[in-house]
Design a protein around this ligand. Structure first.
Ligand code: ME8
Length: 560
């Protein structure tokens, strides 16, 4: 697992997406998770770089463009715009959007491939094999046979293809890769793949043997292959789209500029899905090991972690073109319109396929999660606290006193004895530390679970201490004050923990509880003060608590 040294800036990437079609929920998901991770690191005050973008030199882009009477570049431009504007509309905060047809990328790719040609890691040879045109990849003989010579991904027939190609000497890196995956060091470098089941899959496949891989296509007799970056010094060949694409993680930050983007390398996490694990867990580190041996490239360390999540399915079925059941942009927009952007983010982050099982994107589940976690827990908790401040303390946060221990003992002796799950300083701060550990493991479920637990405990505490009953006797008001202070403070800390996931609603909450300066700091500097903000006791007594509209109004399904 990556240890985040405090002085190393944080760098997170998503795959760059093919522009043959418009974005769908899968693309939005990975980019949203990366956004949550990036926001979390910014919240911690870290210098953070978050990269996404589009992968354009694919044959299927040429085909899709031709069907519409457009050039590949025109079609790529249109869809790249669609990806970028979608991500912006969804409030995603990437620091750059790389397109592989941009000169800043193509020039660097040519430079890297030239270095590999010069070192002999890339050489010219002949290749014959089974090609999956949809995936733009060769399928090994035994796998092709297992799938009856059809694409393991889309079921279309594989084609036997023979070409003169440039090859990358992948076979030379098998031992190094196995050592790295086993937790060892190669040339002072470490490299991890998670979840561990995915790492084991990759290692098992490497142990079956690694062949050198073709990394070019013949651009003379293949019109689609002309759409690509030429192999330096040999115009007849273009660089295979996958090699071109992988280099995006490096080309974006490998620039001489006053900001010194190279400081972000190595990537702390490449977030991907299981479909593209092999390229990221095997080809990519091997390319980098080859590259960093070249003069001037010694700074090119290995990425710390490749994290491969699983897949969304839709309403219980695999999403596919033929079923026409993709959660597409229209559906995504309709969820946002009905429930709000943060509700979509919350559902993706808390119920998505991080880990090794697929997740179902089902409307009933979405509504259930929305109502139970956001409306009834987060939203309701704030409205209870703000209502009581309005009713008993003139809309202001009261000061806490020592009276609560007494109140506890009187109200619920069992709880006072156990007293482990009280929304008090030490307990809440422990939850924040647990969240940190979970985020470092890319365990979003646990991280969100810690924040939600605080709110559930606050709710339970309100039930158990019953301030609304206590308040009937004015002599009890000091106890009510303590209860409300504890609730508000616990809720404040929970909201800090939830900011990476539901930033817009959390910021609205902060404005209502006298923490507008958090919003100002984040918008002015881009960074938060996590370690300070999670310390108990920062809400000043007397602060006006503004009730406002429900943060997450309960969703009532329309009656049929
Ligand atoms: O593979 N569930 O691009 P791509 C979750 N250009 N995530 C999904 C998903 C699903 N059902 N479907 C897609 C490519 N994704 C290459 C990548 S990187 C150097 C080049 C997400 O447009 C997930 O992140 O096919 C997956 O890895 C990616 O989209 C594939 O996007």
């Amino acid at each position: 697992m990556p240890q985040h040294a405090t002085n190393k800036p944080f760098y997170v990437t998503t795959p760059i997406y093919y522009v043959n079609d418009r974005p769908h929920i899968g693309h939005v998901y990975t980019t949203t998770v990366a956004d949550v991770v990036a926001r979390y690191h910014r919240l911690r005050g870290e210098d953070t770089f978050f990269l996404t973008g589009t992968d354009e030199h694919a044959a299927k882009v040429v085909d899709a463009a031709a069907e519409r009477g457009l050039t590949a570049q025109q079609w790529a431009d249109r869809n790249a715009d669609e990806f970028e504007s979608t991500f912006r509309r969804l409030g995603l905060t990437h620091d750059d959007f790389i397109r592989t047809s941009q000169p800043r990328h193509t020039q660097r790719v040519q430079q890297y491939v030239k270095q590999l040609l010069d070192s002999g890691d890339v050489y010219l040879g002949d290749y014959e094999g089974w090609y999956d045109a949809g995936q733009e990849e060769y399928v090994p003989e035994n796998k092709a046979k297992d799938y009856d010579f059809k694409s393991p991904i889309n079921g279309k027939p594989l084609v036997k293809k023979k070409e003169q190609n440039y090859f990358f000497k992948l076979s030379a890196y098998a031992d190094d890769l196995l050592k790295l995956l086993d937790g060892g060091e190669v040339a002072g470098q470490t490299f991890d793949v998670q979840p561990v089941a995915r790492k084991n899959e990759v290692a098992a496949r490497i142990r079956e043997g690694l062949n050198d891989v073709p990394i070019s296509r013949h651009a003379v007799d293949d019109a689609a292959a002309k759409w690509g970056i030429s192999v330096p010094g040999d115009e007849k060949h273009t660089i295979y789209v996958w090699i071109d694409a992988l280099f995006n993680y490096l080309s974006t930050i490998d620039v001489d500029d006053p900001d010194d983007r190279r400081k972000y390398w190595p990537a702390d996490v490449h977030l991907i899905a299981k479909d593209i694990l092999w390229f990221h867990a095997v080809i990519w580190p091997a390319l980098l090991l080859a590259l960093r041996r070249q003069q001037g490239s010694e700074w090119i360390d290995l990425p710390k972690l490749v994290y491969a999540h699983s897949f969304w399915i839709a309403e219980g079925q695999k999403m596919s073109k033929s079923l026409g059941n993709f959660i597409d942009l229209e559906k995504i927009d309709s969820y946002v319109e009905t429930f709000g952007l943060d509700a979509l983010r919350y559902f993706l982050a808390s119920n998505g396929p991080m880990g090794t099982t697929d997740s179902d994107f089902a409307e009933a589940k979405f509504i259930d999660v929305y109502n139970s976690d956001l409306a009834n827990t987060f939203g309701n908790c704030f409205s209870r606290v703000s209502n009581m401040c309005a009713k008993y303390f003139d809309g202001k946060l009261p000061a806490a006193g020592p009276e609560i221990e007494l109140a506890f003992a009187q109200l619920d002796p069992t709880m006072a004895k156990g007293a482990t799950m009280q929304p008090n300083g030490p307990w809440v701060e422990t939850r924040a530390l647990a969240l940190t550990a979970s985020m470092n493991q890319m365990d979003l479920f646990d991280a969100i679970g810690e924040a939600m637990l605080i709110i559930r405990v606050v709710d339970n505490y309100i039930e158990k201490t019953a301030p609304f009953k206590l308040a009937k006797d004015p002599n009890n008001l000091p106890q009510v004050a303590t209860i409300l202070y504890n609730c508000a403070e616990a809720l404040r800390i929970a909201s800090v923990l939830l900011w990476p996931v539901i930033p817009h609603k959390v910021e609205a909450l902060w404005q209502r509880i006298g923490c507008g300066h958090y919003v100002d700091q984040l918008s002015e500097t881009g960074r938060g003060d996590f370690d300070k903000w999670i310390v108990w006791g920062q809400l000043a007594p007397g602060t006006p608590i503004e009730k406002g509209d429900a943060l997450f109004p309960r969703h009532q399904p329309a009656k049929a």
